[in-house]
Design a protein around this ligand. Structure first.
Ligand code: HEC
Length: 496
């Protein structure tokens, strides 16, 4: 714990100084949130040049830095730190103070949450002419078109997407609470960890994985509509327009030493980031996977195509980010298709596994060979997991439970439904569909980030420290919706 002293003075909102110094941390110069009198002393403390302060600051210059409880509620003796960018309605990060490396001088993650208020014209999209369902060549061309669109203007700004000069990208609010919360350097959230021998790791060795996703203006517009009232989501606005695209880059702590055979290490030369995940030190992580999802009207099942890439250390592209190779694409759940069908060599519908897939990813596909990535749980697949996106959260993401012990039970997750159709209820005690509770859950259009976001505010009572009255109207929003005791949504899913 680095907070050794605390000044309870005129300022109601005070942050820790990283050298144990006493530092007022409302860096924005805006009015204090609580009931402190706005004295001249306060004003000068708040407008002093943050960069001039000794020992660095827990938040970015120009932002507001607040002491909060872990659920985000402002509290002068709270042990977490929240950053609110200037003028922002949502926090960038809310993390325990102990996560900051000593004397930390940045960079600090800032979300891109200034959402468009008008439905955007997404223009001609480079993948729209490619018939992805036709075969290998088209599927590869399609997913590479998505990657190129995602990377344009972002590699040069190291994915600080606000600085992208080609097109806007947005992050989802409220991924700030619980064990998966955004960290403070790049805004990564925690993904499923993997323990050897899975993925060729030494038995018992566990690697941690982290990611961040960005939506194009289509998803940004929808998110802004859902969160128009900043702490009261409007779930009826969650459907996304054609052309909405989202990509997610995933990083791992894995090093060559973690692999049973270090020659099999697939990540040589991969892009690296440093993040702050709790040890009080920076941790180096490397790019391993990139997920994409796009709303394409030609995808007949639910209007979405999902796809993924795995990093390939043997690829020779001069820009390391481009060494990601396709794993495959998926535009349906292949209902009824079981591991027995796979063993008998029956073709897997609505999925194309790429002929460019790196070998470690080919050995790690989803259930019965469906498309899935290196960090993902093999009893699942991209689309089946995402098709559970709904609120209230009435079912597990996948048949993780030991109760889901037959193909028939597992196949409940692999049905094809329209996107408006909420997944519904599965009883965790039996792994069977019981009667759907009333009122039924609402579909969140396959966005599990939206599910994380909505669940934080409606179910977990998490608080937005960046607005003046986070509670206003929230009780009403909650009571309008049935409650559940569902666990927080995490990609992990090694339950049982
Ligand atoms: C076991 C469940 C699970 C599986 C399997 C899974 N995901 Fe996700 N995915 C999640 C969760 C939970 C989130 C939200 C939390 C986060 O982003 O960390 C998410 C987020 C995403 C996002 C960000 C936008 C959104 O829809 O939430 C994309 C894009 C995505 N996943 C694509 C994929 C692709 C492509 C695959 C297959 C390679 C895949 N996912 C497999 C659970 C899963």
């Amino acid at each position: 714990m680095k907070v050794s002293m605390f000044r309870s003075g005129m300022l109601s909102i005070v942050c820790l100084g990283l050298l144990g110094l006493l530092t007022a941390c409302d860096q924005s110069g805006s009015a204090p949130k609580a009931d402190a009198p706005d004295s001249a002393e306060d004003a000068s403390a708040r407008t002093a040049d943050p960069g001039a302060r000794e020992g660095g600051l827990p938040c970015a210059p120009g932002s507001k830095c607040l002491k909060v409880n872990s659920n985000g509620a402002p509290n002068p003796s709270g042990t977490s730190i929240a950053q609110c960018s200037e003028g922002a309605s949502f926090p960038d990060y809310i993390v325990p103070a102990s996560y900051f490396p000593e004397n930390y001088q940045g960079p600090w993650f800032a979300g891109s949450m200034d959402f468009p208020q008008q439905e955007p014209d997404l223009g001609p999209l480079p993948w729209e002419e490619i018939d992805f369902w036709e075969g290998q060549e088209q599927a590869n061309a399609y997913i590479y078109a998505l990657r190129e669109y995602s990377f344009e203007g972002n590699i040069e700004v190291d994915f600080r997407v606000q600085e992208n000069s080609i097109r806007p990208w947005y992050t989802i609010p409220y991924m700030n609470y619980g064990p998966g919360r955004r960290e403070l350097v790049h805004g990564l959230t925690k993904e499923r960890s993997v323990t050897g021998p899975e993925l060729g790791l030494k038995p018992g060795v566990t690697i941690q994985n982290y990611a961040i996703g960005f939506y194009n203006a289509g998803g940004g517009y929808t998110t802004g509509q859902v969160w128009q009232a900043v702490t009261q989501p409007d779930l009826s606005k969650a459907m996304m327009q054609n052309g909405t695209m989202v990509f997610k880059i995933l990083f791992t702590t894995a090093t060559a030493d973690d692999f049973e055979n270090p020659d099999d290490y697939p990540l040589a030369g991969a892009p690296e980031w440093q993040i702050a995940t709790g040890s009080g030190e920076l941790t180096t992580v490397r790019l391993m996977q990139m997920d994409v999802a796009v709303r394409d009207a030609r995808a007949e099942v639910n209007g979405w195509v999902f796809g993924t890439f795995a990093y390939d250390g043997d690829a020779e592209d001069p820009i390391a980010w481009n060494r990601l190779r396709p794993v495959g694409i998926q535009w349906g759940n292949a209902p009824g298709y079981t591991p027995t069908d796979q063993q008998e060599g029956k073709p897997l519908p609505e999925n194309i596994v790429s002929d460019e897939i790196p070998s470690y990813a080919a050995a790690h596909l989803g259930w019965a060979g469906r498309v899935n990535g290196p960090v993902d749980n093999p009893v699942s697949a991209c689309m089946s997991c995402h098709a559970t996106a709904q609120y209230p959260v009435d079912a597990a993401l996948a048949p993780f439970s030991s109760k889901c012990d037959t193909d028939e039970k597992k196949l409940q997750w692999f049905e094809n439904n329209p996107a408006e159709h909420a997944f519904g209820f599965i009883d965790s005690d039996t792994c069977l569909r019981g009667e759907t509770p009333d009122p039924p859950p609402v579909s969140l259009d396959l966005s599990l980030q939206m599910q994380v976001s909505v669940q934080s505010i409606l179910q977990y009572n998490d608080v937005n420290p960046c607005v003046d009255a986070p509670e206003a109207g929230r009780a009403a929003a909650r009571s309008a919706i049935r409650s559940t005791d569902a666990p927080r949504t995490l990609r992990g899913g090694d339950a049982d």
